[in-house]
Design a protein around this ligand. Sequence first.
Ligand code: ADP
Length: 650
Amino acid sequence: MSTETRFEFKAEAKQILELMIHSVYSHREIFLRELISNASDALDKLRFEALTSDALRPLTGDLHIRLAADPEDRTVSVSDNGIGMNRDEILQYIGTIAKSGTRDFAKALKEAKDKTSAPEFIGQFGVGFYSSFMVADKVTLISRRAGEEKAWKWESDGSGSFTLEEAARDTQGTTVMLHLKPLDKDDEDAEDYAQEYVLREIVRKYSDFVAYPIRMKVERQKWPKDADGKTPPDAKPETVIEDETLNSMKAIWMRPEKDVTEEEYKEFYKHVSHDWNDPLRRIVFRLEGTTSEFRSLLFLPSKPTPEMFLQPKERGIHLYIKRVFIMNDCKELIPEYLRFVRGVVDSEDLSLNISREILQQNRQIQTIKKSVTRKVLDTFKTMRTEDRKKFLEFWKDFGATIKEGLFKAEEDKEKLFEVCLFPSTAAGDDLCTFEEYVERMKPGQDAIYYVTGETRQTMENSPLLEAFRDKGYEVLLLSDPVDEVWVQFVRDYKGKKLVSAGKGDVKLGTDEEKKKAEEAVKEKATAYKSLLEFLKEKLTENVKEVRLSSRLTSSPACLTGDPSDMSPHMEALLKASGKDLPKVKRILELNPSHPLVEKMQAMFDKDKADPRLADAAEIVYGQALIAEGGKLENPASFSRKVADLLLKAL
Ligand code: ADP
């Protein structure tokens, strides 16, 4: 046997362990739920791997979890015969917790005002295993990966380091043994977790629906019986030790909704989602069709979990077939843009030996996905009608993810149009749907207008919107990075074109108004022709065209682009993500009725070589850039020029 090796915990892990050990939390009993949950996951994983491995299949005959307690030694252990971990996996998962969520957890824990409610963070941040140190002063884990010979023993008192050495274990799986802290007689909340009845209660409370038997050896008094099944009058009870299954394993989704308590649903949600928060909403439904029959119990989270951002590809729907667990995070059951939905689908008619590879082509799976999607999207609509304010809160957290559907799921687009909400110039603190926008459209308005940008404030005040404000046209203000993408895919809504207010040659109003505006611009364009050419040449590094437009009412100039040009917001996003992009030259649009533009033309007519003209060109461009929230390449030169100008004017 190899000798013991000592490892240091990573800094964040140390912080967490420190807090676990030294703070007194209520609900310390949840450590058991966390360990059982890990054991159940490990059994799920083995069952899943065994689907495609002849070597592992024989190991799945009696998958279970076992609790053992010893009140004398003050130990409790949780064992499973699941997938287990080899040395590398222990180091990766238990030793050093390299998860980024951990740092957030430590921070949240420190900031928590009420330390006694701190365990609320535990599940949420996925540091479940470490909760053992709330009740134990030493934890020993022995694990053997299914299909491997060697077992490994991990041990730590949580104080900065752990040891790892080779060990022995008869079967695959993991045993976590907690050496309980001494019972604090002054602490009213203190419970003796080494007592059978205490463990039984906790299991019933948190883990009753776990799909594997949770067994424990219990002592029972048994009366001897004779051949007729009667107890002889002089008999004495014998003490026998029997295995008891502590959980009912009842599939919660099979029970009528009225028979399940809110508490049970909440605990089940926490079990499937690894989220400590209560779910926002539950969606229970079944499909009894001719092609496919299934039941589903889904949940919407109340807050995004760190996993949503850290592992966005992981989706949370578990697949069961006739009550038998098949796999977790079944991607084929729900579209990616609904990846925050958690829960289970239990199919009546899929074949039990379905493999991950063939899921994609399976027609029944596709039918399930379709109806799950429809149900979830309909639920969003119901939520919005029931309580708009509450739905807005939900949308704030999950809207950006849902909007991905607008370009990732062509087949759901129509339904998504009914669900999606956007900030707009007319919606105030509320958001608006496409339908609400169209209802508010002005006579003569034939398109849905939007701008994209970093913040609502810069967009709202952008000179690009002047003409829209003037005409009373509503403009969608899109600031999520994902907006930049879907606007390229969605061409129209119910026959109304979706048009960027910051691109192309925007003309507003009735046909007659448009014609008039066009003529006015055309007329002036001839008069301003030489000035426009001069400006184009001066600004050629940043600008590909200079033209007059009817878009502006009070500002002298603004920057726009061709319909196919990348928006400046998109450009900034890509650059921030480290992309090396060629410069996107913009179009400078001038307001022909602005006195500044008129003045420049007059100067130009008088003396083409007037040096003030070149400065003016730079200032006009710089101002237009600042007005849209852009960044000047040479702010020092710009401000020097403005100061000079100011000096002359004063
Ligand atoms: P979480 O369960 O939220 O991922 P934990 O800290 O509880 O966080 O566990 C970290 C990881 O350790 C798990 O994701 C899993 O890979 C591994 N693990 C924990 N317990 C077991 C177990 N009983 N069997 C196999 N792997 C386990």
